[in-house]
Design a protein around this ligand. Structure first.
Ligand SMILES: [Zn+2]
Length: 226
């Protein structure tokens, strides 16, 4: 097994682009805490407010609630710049409007690197990706490819295909668990039988494995897309 490449460290600002609240927390929050603890700036841009994400709750109530949970969640890993673009949840498509918003955000924030959502069809055999994620990731790829130079040096996606990894500490992992657990109402409704803290712990354990292909260290993995 070939060793993974070290995730680059020669940058100051990263822009994390995702479709929904909780998308950063499900995969990369421990890495984000690692970076912000080292003084780097990380900004979150979310296409939607996740207003269709809590069963039984009206969108006009759910959207603001989930924005609040997302801001609290981001704060746990040192991120205080979080923006919501207002695209409709569960109806995200790779449209000219979405690509224009991605390009505008990258240009305005001026990140050194861009971190996006996994856009492949399956997380693992039998575990299909959501259409919103696939469409959103495609929009980010297309918008990034069309950007004029100078543009951010690299575009990564956070999913099961891994080319680069960043080692994380126990403090990063603990912060990631607190971060995901801030999605309290969302997680409580999603799985009423498992305490929110337990759900968060299990998910973060899964996304920060000790990697044989990374010197046995616990790490968050990314795929270099461009
Ligand atoms: Zn999502």
């Amino acid at each position: 097994m070939a060793d993974l490449a070290q995730f680059p460290d020669d940058w100051q600002t990263a822009l994390v682009l995702v479709a929904h609240p909780d998308d950063p927390e499900y995969g990369m929050a421990a890495a984000v805490h690692h970076w912000t603890s080292a003084g780097k700036r990380v900004v979150y841009g979310l296409a939607t407010s996740g207003e269709a994400g809590i069963e039984g709750m009206a969108p006009e109530q759910c959207g603001p609630l989930r924005e609040g949970e997302q801001r609290a969640s981001a704060a746990e890993v040192g991120v205080d710049e979080v923006e919501f673009w207002g695209f409709p949840d569960s109806e995200v498509f790779n449209t000219p409007e979405l690509r224009a918003k991605v390009a505008e955000t990258i240009t305005r924030i001026g990140p050194d690197i861009v971190l996006s959502t996994f856009g492949g069809p399956e997380w693992a055999p039998g575990f299909p990706n959501q259409r919103d994620h696939m469409e959103f990731a495609a929009a980010v790829r297309d918008a990034y490819a069309a950007l004029p130079e100078p543009k951010p040096k690299q575009l990564f996606e956070n999913g099961p295909r891994v080319t680069h990894a960043v080692a994380v500490s126990q403090a990063d992992i603990d912060a990631a668990v607190r971060s995901l657990a801030e999605h309290r109402e969302y997680l409580r409704v999603l799985d009423p039988d498992t305490p929110v803290g337990r759900q968060a712990f299990k998910q973060v354990e899964m996304t920060t494995p000790a990697r044989d292909d990374f010197g046995g260290r616990r790490a968050v993995g990314f795929e270099l897309v461009s």
